[in-house]
Ligand binder design. Structure first.
Ligand SMILES: [Zn+2]
Length: 308
């Protein structure tokens, strides 16, 4: 039983500016949390650069080219008010996509049971034709489509416990009954999508949580809505948009989760994967903006993957 950790130093070179919450220090905090003796069994791998064709599984050619053209030779360039790129952003984004794709490949080759991708920029807000919300390319959605299209798996599911709704992933999945997307997210909060009524073709499960919601509401959302629907879907591959910004210390939300909640949900998801898809799980870092909480909650998440 092996857990892979994919990352790359290029992911530190995406610099949206010194006051931006999506900072390179986030990745350092995650890797610091995974550096203790409890994580000696992690098999650490370097993320390759993705081919552009890989990104076009879910994005238009126009989008891919527009993002890469926006990358400046020096300084910063704003794609929108939240989404800023620096000279290293193009390579960082290609490493992030490369990580999740390599993770899918390694698991399909039975080199490992599951994998965590410690990468940035994050991806779940990126829509087919638009970068937004700190996200350039939708890493986890690309991985889901790679699992289906390269390996012939029928059904791929993404579970997203980031405190923000993954509007981009939903937009990519909502018309395809072979894909499943479920999200818990604070409401109201950016980007404003993710109402309960948004159900796609019966393959989308949104559970908005009130500000100040804590463990009880989070567990209820999974136990009552998300886990039963995921069991019914019977995924052939399970992917996780692992954002840790629902933590009670996080400055971007009022949701009140703690490290144990991230461990709990990971245990539940690993159990579903064991029943339906031989334990195949790829998890990829999304948000999480309090460095201490990010470090300890990512460690709690990966510890469960390691124990699977
Ligand atoms: Zn988030």
């Amino acid at each position: 039983m092996t857990t892979l950790l994919y990352t790359h130093t290029d992911c530190l070179d995406h610099d949206p500016g010194s006051y931006h919450p999506e900072s390179p220090d986030r990745l350092r905090a995650v890797l610091d949390g995974l550096s203790g003796p409890g994580f000696n069994a992690l098999e650490r791998r370097t993320a390759p650069l993705a081919d552009l064709a890989e990104i076009m599984r879910v994005h238009s050619r126009h989008h891919v080219e527009a993002v890469l053209v926006a990358v400046p030779e020096r300084g910063h360039a704003e794609i929108d008010a939240d989404t800023v790129v620096s000279p290293g952003s193009g390579k960082a984004a290609l490493r992030a996509v490369g990580a999740v794709c390599a993770a899918v490949d390694a698991i399909m080759a039975r080199e490992a049971d599951n994998a965590f991708c410690a990468v940035r920029p994050p991806g779940h807000h990126a829509e087919p034709d638009r970068a937004m919300g700190f996200c350039l390319f939708n890493n986890i959605a690309i991985a889901a489509q790679r699992a289906r299209q390269v390996y012939g798996l029928e059904r791929a599911a993404i579970i997203d416990f980031d405190v923000h709704h993954g509007n981009g992933t939903q937009a990519m999945f909502e018309n395809n009954p072979r894909l499943f997307y479920a999200s818990t997210h604070q409401s109201p909060l950016y980007p404003g999508t993710g109402a309960r009524s948004e159900t796609g073709v019966g393959n989308i499960v949104n559970v908005p949580l009130r500000p100040m919601a804590g463990s009880a509401e989070f567990h209820h959302a999974f136990n009552e809505f998300i886990l039963p629907a995921l069991e019914d879907f019977r995924p052939d591959f399970l992917l996780i948009s692992a954002g840790f910004d629902a933590h009670k210390r996080d400055p971007l939300s009022q949701t009140m989760l703690d490290d144990a909640d991230f461990a709990w949900v990971t245990e539940r998801l690993v159990a579903v994967a064991a029943r339906h898809c031989e334990g195949r799980v790829v998890s990829s870092l999304e948000g999480g903006y309090d460095l201490q909480a990010l470090s300890t909650s990512a460690a709690a998440h990966v510890a469960v993957l390691l124990a699977a």
